[in-house]
Design a protein around this ligand. Sequence first.
Ligand code: NAP
Length: 458
Amino acid sequence: MSDGLGSEGNPLKVLIVGSGPSGFYAADALLKADTTVEVDILDRLPTPFGLVRAGVAPDHAKIKSATKAYDKISDNPNVSFLGNVTFGRDVSLAEIQATHHAVIFTCGAESDRRLGIPGEDLAGSHTATEFVYWYNGHPDYRDHVFDLSQEVAVIIGQGNVAADVCRILAKTVDELKNTDIAEHALDALSQSKIRDIHMIGRRGPAQAKFTHAELKEFGELADCDPVIDPAILDLNAASQAELEDKTNRSAIKNIETLTAFSQRPAGSKSRRLHFRFLEGPTELKGGEHLAAVTLMKNRLEGEAFNQWAEETGETVDLPCGLLFRSIGYRGVPVPDIPFDDKKGVFPNKEGRITNDGSVLPGVYCAGWIKRGPSGIIGTNRPDSVETVGSLLADLSGLDASQKPGGAGLRTLLEGKGVRVVSYEDWQKIDAAEIAKGEAKGKPREKFTRINDMLAALS
Ligand code: NAP
């Protein structure tokens, strides 16, 4: 039997750091390769699935069914999960390089871009990520407090994350109570006094990033009316040209739906979602607590599909006590791995992590930490396939010595007192969450503290 790397005598042992979609798609691509592989997937939480668990909105259950495919990948005997292990704290790059031939970072974009304006950190101003992780029961955000006694909430940005945040603020308890929303969030939202939600876009309605499926939902809410000034739908020539392009389907349908919203008779529901365009925040005002956001009126400049927001100099103050910045996620650095601070990603060439342009042998990345925070869950599959393609193309140049792989890493971690959570352990946590939810008519009631997750295993 040959002992070449990737042979039965010397399987290629790959560690994937991050168990979100791109991590599982990377594992899948490795398993499908014409090489004998063993894949270990590491996660700092005891629970897998990254943003599918902690990011996808609780009322979008269908999107979460992606995890069925990840369960199947985990069924493969050559895949193992090591949860509750933090890269850089519990294990270093050098230790991984001693146990595995290659490592793929799929750790996503865990932070947010900043606006860079005065008052950004006033009490009452939050990132969308904090709110999303909070209502999804992420242990790190379990104890965050949002002042829902305010009547006006402002969301800066018009992507799908902003749409999720607006919808969760706009929905009634009845609309949320049968979802997997965390119990603490449902309790807090049931006391919400929010009446007016303003979703602010710096560019025009034809440039909004939310997709049509998300927009349409705002017309179907039980106790919230969509509000839009018809005058803002009077588009400039370049925007009209954008809509003449039939491939620009989401924007075309968005304009149809926004137009229909603008023609509705004044509603009488107790909440209102205001779609506002051509406004950008320049300052958050207040003493200790946020009291208002100053919005600069913009106009569009540039050619179709390349239009930017140009400030007009005219400003308006919008009083508000709660504000969410939802202007895009951003990756965070980890020890021993180069970081491109400008782009918020790991510098890489087709998934090969680079340092000052030179490739770090055996160190790869995929997903949002590779390309930035764009696309839907499925976008990560080809991205991970590309990275695995790079890894396989590099095989002959990797250190081909026998490595202890997942078993060796587990022994190392247990020697350090780390309670490694296996996939079988996760399935027990999963079953306990589903059982807790059943009594309340929810798909699951999540554990929101790591100790509670681990206690479910004892
Ligand atoms: P996004 O789609 O990139 O949207 C970011 C928004 O922030 C845009 O409206 C952008 O406006 C605005 N923005 C950026 N910088 C700004 C600034 N300095 N001032 C004011 N506004 C600013 O990001 P996202 O909403 O975080 O979503 C990330 C990815 O996840 C997207 O691909 C999204 O589709 C996906 N996602 C999908 C779903 C779903 O499928 N249901 C749910 C959630 C997220 P400009 O256009 O002018 O830059």
